[in-house]
Design a protein around this ligand. Structure first.
Ligand code: AHR
Length: 505
């Protein structure tokens, strides 16, 4: 039942700006893992495959999401990957044991194929280099292979592989989760800091226009968290632009109030990393800010048990295939809002991942592609959340949960697109039983009217979507209205809302 009673207020001002949003904040991730690549984006035997073997139904969905950048090829996978295995004639490419996921990698898809796919879906690529089993030599060679125009060994090798134009990859990750004992070639912060600095130096000597992401912690719960960031940045401050953050959540205790409050922990995590980056800047008497790349974030826990039963060394098995329910979509909405609230320092973020593996898009073998519940908040933010992130003044009733205090029932933020003269409010009502009456004062947005109030709601928190149908899908029947500069709306209990306003023409 949707009882009324809770009220929340918000003020939005054009000049209360957090920052222009870097579009890369809506990035995603494709790893050589499970059915993400093989059976996901690439499936030459599928009726929807194009001449490259890429599934066109998947590409259409990726385009719907307007994914600006995809991180590739891992993830844990990259720490054992020889990029040379994935280029040149496909028939000559070796099969390798992937020790990260205990599968067999066929190398049918590699750097050039992925770049081709990314171009077809209008996405850039955030390329990770292997700092687990490899080092600075392989890293600089890959930059030369991808970005140098020609006249050198590796750039000419790319040209001989049929790619005359350089790929011009701008964003690069210096390894992946090197703080994790599970990582192939796991390192101490000192060891990683040194190799990351040296790799960064030579990668930029090959192409000074690239931007680099150093590995931060694989999660806020890591025992080395904070010291890791400080040590790594101490070594790399002069050579990198970003430090990474990774975080996954799950409703393991089936406690929805606590689950939806987990973004308070995410917010703390972000603030802590900003503090550490600024401490190192101060220590170095530096001029530049190190920004944040939240390059793995999502819900991940539904598939944990199933993954223990995977046959070792199989090819593209069903792995990390979380089937997301309605409550997961609400948490993803809260995570997106949290990222936007830090748009001044978070310039890259990647929903991990994009297809089949902890993903918004799923594929059936010989069947259709379908949209998970989390597809929708991610799409709404990516499509309507371009512009300036505003700093809303919010007053909301609060609650305490198992791990968090003073949790706002209203989780909200807004994005102003100056060029299109559009204002979009993203809001989650965390209340379990009551609708939230929102009053939003949009003061100096003169002449704005409500275009649409999108709502994602469902009476069953555990409802999932499938190839047979999408019972969790948004509708546009929200009741937002505007009167005299005051937007009023009822946000149904446990709902994700997108209130779209635009200047009257
Ligand atoms: O996204 C799945 C895995 O999660 C990635 O490979 C790894 O970086 C992280 O632990």
């Amino acid at each position: 039942m949707n009882k009324m009673g809770q009220k929340a207020k918000m003020v939005l001002e054009k000049d209360f700006k957090i920052s222009e949003i870097d579009n890369r904040i809506y990035g995603s991730f494709i790893e050589h893992l499970g059915r993400a690549v093989y059976g996901g984006i690439y499936d030459p035997g599928h009726p929807q495959a194009d001449e490259n073997g890429f599934r066109q139904d998947v590409m259409e969905m990726v385009k719907e999401l307007q994914v600006p950048i995809v991180r590739y090829p891992g993830g844990n996978f990259v720490s054992g990957y020889n990029w040379e295995d994935g280029v040149g004639p496909v028939e000559n490419r070796p099969r390798r044991l992937d020790l990260a996921w205990r599968t067999t990698e066929t190398n049918e898809i590699g750097t050039n194929e992925l770049m081709k796919w990314a171009k077809l879906v209008n996405a850039d690529v955030n390329m990770a280099v292997n700092l687990g089993t490899r080092g600075i030599d392989a890293a600089r060679n890959l930059v030369e292979y991808c970005n140098h125009s020609g006249g050198s060994y590796y750039s000419d090798l790319r040209i001989s592989h049929g790619f005359k134009e350089p790929h011009k990859i701008k964003t690069w990750c210096l390894g992946n989760e090197m703080d994790g004992p599970w990582q192939i070639g796991h390192k101490t912060a000192e060891e990683y800091g040194r190799i990351a600095a040296e790799a960064a130096k030579v990668m930029k000597w090959v192409d000074p226009t690239i931007e680099l992401v150093a590995c931060g912690s694989s999660g806020r719960g890591m025992p080395t968290f904070a010291d890791w960031e400080a040590t790594v940045l101490d070594h790399t401050y002069d050579h990198v632009e970003f430090i990474s953050l990774h975080q996954y959540y799950g409703n393991r205790d089936n406690d929805i109030s606590n689950y939806l409050a987990m973004t308070l922990g995410m917010d703390d995590f972000i603030r802590s990393v900003i503090s550490i980056a600024d401490y190192i800047k101060a220590k170095k008497r530096g001029k530049k800010n190190i920004n944040l790349s939240f390059d793995e974030w999502n819900v991940w826990y539904h598939s944990n048990d199933a993954d223990k039963k995977i046959q070792p060394w199989s090819i593209a098995p069903t792995q990390l295939e979380d089937h997301y329910n309605f409550e997961d979509a609400l948490l993803v909405g809260c995570m997106l809002i949290t990222l936007l609230k830090h748009a001044d320092r978070i310039k890259i973020a990647c929903l991990a991942q994009l297809v089949n593996v902890i993903a918004p898009i799923m594929t059936e073998e010989n069947g259709p592609a379908w949209k998970q519940t989390i597809f929708y908040p991610y799409m709404h933010a990516s499509v309507f959340g371009r512009g300036v992130s505003l700093n809303p003044i919010i007053s909301s009733p609060k609650y305490d949960s198992k791990d968090f205090t003073d949790v706002h029932y209203l989780e909200s933020t807004a994005v102003y697109n100056e060029e299109k003269e559009q204002l979009t409010i993203f809001a989650v009502n965390r209340h379990l039983t009551e609708g939230l009456e929102l009053e939003c004062d949009i003061r100096n947005f003169d002449g704005y009217e409500v275009m649409e109030h999108i709502v994602l709601e469902n009476d069953d928190l555990k409802q999932t979507n499938s190839a047979k149908g999408t019972p969790v899908a948004p509708h546009s029947n929200g009741n937002a209205v505007i009167d005299n500069g005051l937007v009023s709306a009822v946000l149904p209990k446990l709902s994700w809302n997108v209130i779209r306003l635009a200047k009257r023409k």
